[in-house]
Design a protein around this ligand. Structure first.
Ligand code: PPE
Length: 309
């Protein structure tokens, strides 16, 4: 299912220097490990059509990391430029032509208690991450279940922040869905309206129009979400940011997830009801193809999204 065994890479960037993979360790009394205040990102680097490598929307991911940290009252001891160059440096040092980058900011050890403010540390790891919901899922679509867990409301979690502790909600929902035999969980908000999946934004298609919950819903402002909206609109497809109830998904023509890790993943079944024909629909296939081309530098129109190594 959605488990990932991580294969070691050579180095991990920690607090400004490259250290061997095995030595990238923290103390057990790390503040963030106990209380969950940390900020992170997920970024992909692709081998481009011309044989080079490029990181997709690096500046936007670094910006969101700094925003998450700001929301969490964490002062990152580096500049945006330093973090962006560290991502490039790390991939080069590891000899990686493609892969997934995971910047993580956390509060160090040194003091315990909720009120203590320990130094903020920053690491960036890189590894190879294949299809998030499986190769088969990417091609044929996955099976999802609406979760019994509610997406943390906007006055409970900081929805503009990609904060580590908030992912307890996602992990519980994901495990519940996996244990019940589904690939992924879809979370509803406190009003009962569709929010997002555990690590992906959600889109549905009905009569040629594409819908996704607005950013006033408890959803991450996904960078893939924004990219896909732009790709669709640029190709003349109407995209509406609107809330909708779960049964809209049951009668949708197409449903797909977006995320850095998941890219564009079709959803073929929700709550044991087939979505559309039960196979990835034409708009999903089109946007999946377009996204795949854009991240690989095959769409000159979106060249500004790429940072070449
Ligand atoms: N919603 C959530 C809750 C989320 O975690 C992600 C990314 C998204 C939407 C999509 O955001 P974006 O990547 O900017 O398009 N989830 C990351 C972590 C996945 C993990 O399992 O770890 C990711 O895709 O990198």
């Amino acid at each position: 299912m959605a488990t990932v065994g991580i294969e070691k890479t050579k180095s991990i960037w920690v607090d400004g220097a490259l250290v061997p993979w095995e030595e990238a360790q923290v103390h057990l009394l790390t503040h963030s490990l106990h209380y969950g205040l940390g900020a992170f990102e997920g970024i992909r680097c692709y081998q481009t059509a011309d044989g080079r490598s490029a990181i997709f929307r690096l500046g936007d991911h670094v910006q969101r990391l700094f925003e998450s940290a700001h929301i969490a009252l964490m002062k990152l001891p580096f500049t945006r430029e330093q973090v962006a160059s560290a991502c490039v440096e790390l991939l080069r040092a590891n000899g990686m032509s493609h892969g997934y980058l995971r910047p993580l900011a956390w509060h160090a050890d040194g003091m315990m208690g909720l009120g203590s403010v320990t130094p903020v540390r920053l690491a960036i790891a890189a590894w190879h991450w294949g299809a998030y919901l499986g190769e088969d899922g990417l091609k044929k679509g996955i099976r999802a279940k609406v979760s019994s867990f509610t997406r943390n409301p906007v006055n409970v979690s900081m929805v503009r922040g990609k904060l580590t502790g908030q992912y307890v909600n996602s992990v519980l929902a994901k495990r519940e869905a996996n244990l019940a035999g589904y690939d992924e969980a879809i979370l509803l908000d406190a009003r009962g309206l569709v929010a997002e999946a555990t690590g992906e934004n959600i889109f549905m298609v009905r009569e040629g129009v594409v819908f996704t919950p607005p950013l006033s819903s408890p959803v991450l402002a996904g960078i893939t979400r924004a990219s896909v909206m732009r790709l669709l609109r640029d190709s003349g497809v109407e995209v509406r940011e609107e809330t909708f109830p779960r049964d809209s998904l049951y009668i949708a023509d197409e449903v797909f997830f977006t995320g850095t890790a998941a890219e564009v993943t079709p959803v073929r079944e929700i709550d044991d009801r087939s979505v559309g024909t039960g196979a990835p629909g034409p708009l999903t296939a089109r946007v999946q193809e377009l996204y795949g081309r854009a991240v690989r530098g095959a769409e000159p129109r979106y060249a500004e999204w790429l940072t070449y190594l």
